[in-house]
Design a protein around this ligand. Structure first.
Ligand SMILES: O=P(O)(O)OC[C@H]1O[C@](O)(CO)[C@@H](O)[C@@H]1O
Length: 403
């Protein structure tokens, strides 16, 4: 018995034992609240944000009814991606949305929402991003001005200090609201932000990117606006200081998870930077040129909107990441897809859970869902003792790296 237990523990620590897949079927769980409350609210917000026609209103009503009272329906046979989703959803169609894996249900919800507003169909609403008004409002907001001004304070700092500041800004940008304030002359904010890190492998990250190496770095973006701007500023730093010769910025091909960045959002953020005064404007100018010379390249791939873990990434993407000195994956969703959307024991090693990834990988994420690995036992104990809602509230963050 004792032997079996220690064997189980060893397997668990190596991340070789499968933990339960997260479903939405548990009342009171985070996943359930997203499916039962957040998604219906989102349908209402999107409906209110556009002067949609009758067709869209009817489709949104039907989707709202389906996700709250009904069972998962397949796409129409005429939909361009019907075959792909038929294969992915075979076992979930005809059953409650809450019984499907959370990752699958969320991803399919966004696909269906885009379908309901006519995003894919031939017609006037084709290609109209239903989340654009939210993204634009955030980018236009005063908070962005304030964050961009903070870059002037950082401009005179030594390169190493600046690098640290910009890495944390990119990390906390994932919980829009802190951004560059984290390290630009607001020690209280900075201290709180560092204290809220449940893991910080940033030293390993910088070791992987020595200045002067002719490295390609892949950055897999998450949210637009107040997250993407600090991501772009970090990218500029990597290029200017020779930590990377080339950066490939991967974005979503379609609107996804409300604020996820697409090419149009990169363009909007670059414009916002270029039009700013001071250091922000200079950074914008350099990035604009970097796009022209190819040292910054934006790419997209259907896999980024797929309900699949990175373990199942297609060969072309696998090759792409294998060729990079480091892949930096931003945000909570990328983390879930990287380590697997399961209730892992929090001390399962990050290295074991990411061994499948083709090359060095870094996760920069504020904690917004139940998935977590790679914690020290002491850190876990302290978090549990604190009584805080540390897993899902976005108050805590991590930088985890597997060389
Ligand atoms: O933008 P991020 O950091 O990927 O966060 C997305 C997270 O938001 C949610 O969709 C719901 O809050 C989570 O399920 C998901 O992991």
């Amino acid at each position: 018995m004792t032997e079996k237990t220690s064997g189980d523990e060893a397997a668990r620590d190596a991340g070789t034992v499968d933990a339960p897949v997260i479903l939405g079927d548990e009342p009171g769980s985070f996943a359930r609240s997203v499916l039962a409350e957040r998604h219906p609210a989102l349908i209402r917000q999107v409906r209110d944000a556009f002067p949609y026609g009758r067709r869209q209103h009817e489709a949104l009503d039907a989707l709202l009814d389906e996700i709250t009272n009904g069972v998962v329906r397949p796409l129409a046979p005429t939909d361009h991606d019907h075959v792909r989703w038929a294969a992915r959803g075979r076992e979930h169609f005809g059953r409650s949305w809450y019984d499907a894996p959370f990752l699958w249900a969320e991803s399919y919800f966004y696909r269906r929402l885009l379908g309901a507003v006519g995003y894919f169909g031939a017609g006037p609403w084709q290609g109209v991003d239903p989340f654009a008004p939210f993204k634009q409002a955030e980018l236009r907001g005063d908070a962005v001005d304030e964050e961009l001004r903070a870059l002037d304070t950082l401009a005179g700092a030594p390169a190493e200090e600046r690098a640290t500041a910009l890495l944390y800004a990119s990390l906390w940008g994932n919980r829009a609201g802190l951004g560059f304030r984290v390290t630009a002359g607001e020690p209280a904010v900075a201290d709180a932000a560092v204290a809220a890190l449940v893991a910080d492998h940033s030293a390993t990250l910088w070791q992987l990117l020595p200045a002067g190496a002719s490295a390609t770095v892949a950055v897999v973006a998450d949210n637009a606006g107040r997250e993407l701007i600090p991501d772009l500023v970090l990218i500029d730093h990597l290029l200017v200081h020779g930590h990377a010769e080339r950066v490939v910025l991967h974005v979503k091909p379609d609107p996804y998870y409300v604020s996820d960045a697409m090419t149009a959002d990169v363009v909007d953020c670059l414009r916002r930077l270029v039009e700013a005064s001071g250091e922000a404007g200079r950074i914008g100018g350099r990035l604009w040129k970097a796009m022209a010379t190819g040292s910054l390249e934006v790419r997209t791939h259907p896999f980024f909107c797929a309900p699949l873990p990175y373990e199942e990434m297609p060969e072309d993407l696998r090759k792409e990441f294998a060729g990079a000195a480091l892949a930096i994956l931003k945000g909570d969703l990328n983390y879930r897809r990287l380590v697997g959307d399961r209730l892992w024991h929090p001390t399962v090693p990050f290295a074991g859970r990411t061994a499948h990834f083709p090359g060095a990988v870094a996760a920069l994420r504020t904690l917004k869902s139940d998935v977590i690995v790679g914690l020290e036992q002491g850190t876990l104990d302290a978090l549990e003792r604190s009584g805080a809602v540390w897993r899902t509230s976005g108050t805590h963050a991590l930088i985890q790296v597997r060389p």
